[in-house]
Design a protein around this ligand. Structure first.
Ligand SMILES: Cc1cc2nc3c(=O)[nH]c(=O)nc-3n(C[C@H](O)[C@H](O)[C@H](O)COP(=O)(O)O)c2cc1C
Length: 384
């Protein structure tokens, strides 16, 4: 199989349709870097560590896991952005990194409530910093307070099942009733959802064009390739990033792809094929969306971004509960100059008022689950 044919298989997201069944779904080797999905260590009694074990399972850009935690007391901790884990090429104002702080906090709050604690949050206790800047100031100070009235949110049970599912989705609609259940899971004024065919087509085309723009720049490609895990050995070593498994590839197919078609050195030397494959995959993924959603904010400060993350995580968990697959498609939202013309068209298409910001764009649909992405250990996010 030539590399170009291989991407068609990857884009299909499932080996089942394209390969004899003997090649699909078998041969998965033991996985490391995925232990975090089992939840807290058995016998763990420290409420902060229990809560943090769930927080690190949150979605975050490129699976960078840009979190630093400072344990400030027996029931409290501060959360900081890990400034060594940014994505300056694709996220120049570090907006998405801050959304990834909110997703983390939402999981933490759900886990605290499950154990009978309320999580009191003080956002930016030492002051909020501007976009394009990250001060060494906490994003939030958290205090866990034993509270008999803490309500267990059913979304907690979805934390270890949730994922960003990058498969091509099935040709099955998402109903208006499902969309309204999703909308009911958050308290955020800026949620938009559509399952209308015309709008889906235009949004899918926008996603394709945005990926074309994104991959036209070598530095942006390099940033993404650096987080792409070319095989299980890389995943186990780095315990971050993402790979073909998150697009649904398993078993011998995954083995063959990683052994014969994916090569870090070659891809780093010439990223043009990687870019072409990314566009092809995005096209297939976006065309298969049964619905799209987006979250808009009136202003765009650090708190808006963190609160967007909290809302996004609730939507992702609710989608999981409803049996819906979900996947962010962020390229058109990104703030580097080459994207601004397409971004303006996109904002017009959604009827977003002047000055408002679309913080998240994602697709929804029906698909088999994929393999979880890796996570580092709790000790990796603790401030020394
Ligand atoms: C702010 C934000 C932006 C994201 N943008 C994209 C994106 O453009 N494309 C994509 O495939 N995944 C995107 N993701 C999903 C991440 O890649 C995913 O959360 C991460 O790899 C961890 O995997 P998981 O969500 O399955 O645990 C985004 C996630 C967040 C929080």
């Amino acid at each position: 199989m030539h590399r170009r044919d291989f991407i068609k298989v990857m884009a299909a997201g499932s080996s089942v349709a394209l390969l004899p069944s003997i090649l699909s779904g078998c041969g998965e080797t033991g996985e490391t870097g995925l232990e975090a999905w089992n939840g807290p260590m058995p016998g763990e009694t420290d409420i902060r560590r229990i809560v943090l074990s769930y927080a690190i399972l949150a979605p975050n850009p490129h699976n960078k896991q840009p979190w630093i935690v400072d344990l400030t007391g027996p029931d409290s901790f501060d959360l900081y952005v890990d400034q060594s884990r940014l994505l300056p090429e694709t996220d120049p104002p570090f907006r998405q990194v801050h959304i990834g702080q909110g997703t983390f906090l939402e999981n933490a709050a759900l886990a605290a409530a499950r154990r009978g604690y309320r999580m009191d949050v003080e956002y930016f206790p030492h002051g909020m910093y501007a976009n394009a800047q990250i001060a060494d100031k906490p994003v939030a100070s958290l205090t866990l307070v034993k509270d008999g009235s803490a309500r267990v949110d059913p979304l907690f049970a979805q934390i270890t099942k949730r994922q960003s599912n990058k498969r091509v989705y099935e040709d099955t609609p998402v109903s208006a009733a499902q969309l309204s259940e999703l909308a009911g899971s958050i308290n955020h004024p800026g949620l938009g959802l559509t399952n209308k065919a015309g709008k889906r087509r235009t949004l899918a085309d926008t996603a394709r064009r945005a990926m074309q723009i994104e991959t036209a720049d070598k530095a942006r490609d390099a940033e993404t390739i650096a987080m792409f895990r070319f095989n299980d050995e890389e995943r186990a070593r780095f315990r971050d990033g993402f790979g073909v498994a998150q697009s649904g590839m398993t078993g011998l197919m995954k083995f063959a792809a990683e052994t014969f078609f994916l090569d870090r050195q070659e891809t780093e030397a010439d990223s043009s094929e990687f870019g072409a494959q990314a566009v092809q995959m995005t096209t297939e993924q976006a065309n298969s969306a049964a619905a799209f959603g987006w979250i808009t904010t009136k202003t765009n400060n650090r708190l808006d971004q963190v609160l967007t993350g909290r809302a996004y995580e609730r939507l992702n968990l609710k989608a999981t509960q409803l049996g819906l697959a979900m996947h962010p498609m962020s390229q058109v939202l990104q703030e580097y100059p080459d994207m601004s013309a397409l971004q303006r068209q996109f904002l017009g298409l959604l009827g977003v008022p002047d000055g408002h910001t679309v913080q998240m764009l994602f697709r929804l649909g029906i698909a088999d689950p994929v393999s979880h992405s890796a996570r580092r250990g709790l000790s990796d996010i603790m401030r020394d």
